[in-house]
Design a protein around this ligand. Structure first.
Ligand SMILES: Cc1cc2nc3c(=O)[nH]c(=O)nc-3n(C[C@H](O)[C@H](O)[C@H](O)COP(=O)(O)OP(=O)(O)OC[C@H]3O[C@@H](n4cnc5c(N)ncnc54)[C@H](O)[C@@H]3O)c2cc1C
Length: 294
């Protein structure tokens, strides 16, 4: 096994996941840089252990009980490099574990435009690229320049231009690949700092007003079906407030499933299935989870 300092034994993932569900990982890896991450993956491969790369766990449902894979958690890979080009643009290279909301705030505060939408998305840069995270009409694809990806099958690092990242609504080509988003470069235009900060703060206020941020969740449970809003469909089925165990359809925003207390991943999954069944029966629409069920 490689540098043992990056491995931690017996990690309760319910303490790290934003849904506050999930079981015990006998072994977890917390690399601090690219080199540690890759040597950790080499070690796991040579031991024939399954692994899954995770960021802030704000969009994943972790299985209950004993976890049969090794979570490789990127939240200690937090380096950021900022450069200015001759055209007044700001280029930001962020390692995969950088917190998106903190980065977005910094960029807005510098008076550069483009990251306002990301202020309040509680994931990492890696998770946001993987999901093509977005809000209020903007998404990662609009600010990305390129992504550095460790292809675990070929054991090589490749730089992928934004146009080849397969970005779509809450999807990217990385969802089909075995490997790790190591970091990504983003570009921003100079703007009016006050206007930018106002927009970012308004975006955050909308979240506070509309979303049940006082409870653990994974944000929107379902993708938006074309021409509809998942929350409205769920509400129109009379499902607002219904529970399975400790998991509940939020009374504040029916698009969110929250952990009211003591929920298990099994509860959340059963609630997801119940919602899908009801919406299909009533509206003949298939709701697709936005949450990644591991
Ligand atoms: C209150 C709340 C509000 C939210 N609002 C929004 C919103 O407005 N818009 C939005 O898009 N999302 C939103 N989300 C969901 C979530 O924050 C985003 O999807 C975020 O981008 C996930 O990042 P993460 O680091 O938490 O990823 P994780 O949940 O840890 O992982 C998500 C997926 O990405 C993969 N992954 C993570 N990092 C890497 C990496 N470095 N390399 C390869 N694969 C990786 C994982 O394997 C997993 O499949 C919200 C969630 C919450 C709890």
């Amino acid at each position: 096994m490689t540098d043992n300092t990056v491995f931690v034994n017996n990690v309760k993932l319910s303490e790290l996941s934003s849904m506050k569900t999930g079981g015990l990982a006998e072994k977890c890896c917390f690399p601090e840089d690219e080199k540690q991450l890759i040597s950790c993956i080499h070690a796991l491969k040579s031991e024939k252990r399954e692994y899954i790369v995770l960021g802030n766990m704000s969009n994943v449902l972790i299985p209950d009980g004993n976890i049969d894979f090794v979570p490789v958690v990127t939240t200690k890979m937090t380096k950021v490099e900022k450069t200015f080009d001759g055209n007044g643009k700001l280029h930001v290279y962020a390692f995969c574990g950088v917190k998106l909301t903190k980065l977005a705030f910094e960029i807005c505060d510098m008076g550069y435009s483009g990251a306002q939408f990301a202020y309040g998305i509680p994931g990492t840069v890696g998770g946001a690229v993987f999901m093509n995270a977005g809000a209020y009409g903007s998404e990662i694809k609009e600010i990305a320049e390129f992504v550095d990806f460790y292809d675990a099958e070929k054991d090589e690092i490749i730089r992928i231009d934004k146009k080849d990242c397969g970005f779509g609504y809450r999807t990217s080509a990385f969802q089909e690949k075995k490997g790790v988003i190591l970091g990504a470069s983003f570009v921003f235009e100079k703007g009016d700092r006050e206007e930018i900060m106002k927009e970012a703060k308004e975006t955050m206020q909308k979240r506070v007003d509309k979303q049940p941020l006082e409870y653990p969740s994974c944000g929107s449970a379902f993708k938006r079906p074309e021409g509809y809003f998942a929350g409205k469909l769920i509400e129109d089925c009379g499902l607002k407030g219904i529970s399975v165990g400790g998991a509940q359809v939020s009374e504040k925003h029916a698009g969110f499933i929250i952990n009211k207390g003591g929920a298990t991943t099994k509860d959340v999954k059963e609630l997801i299935e119940l919602i899908q069944k009801e919406v299909k029966e009533k509206f003949d629409i298939e709701l697709v989870p936005e949450i990644r069920i591991l």
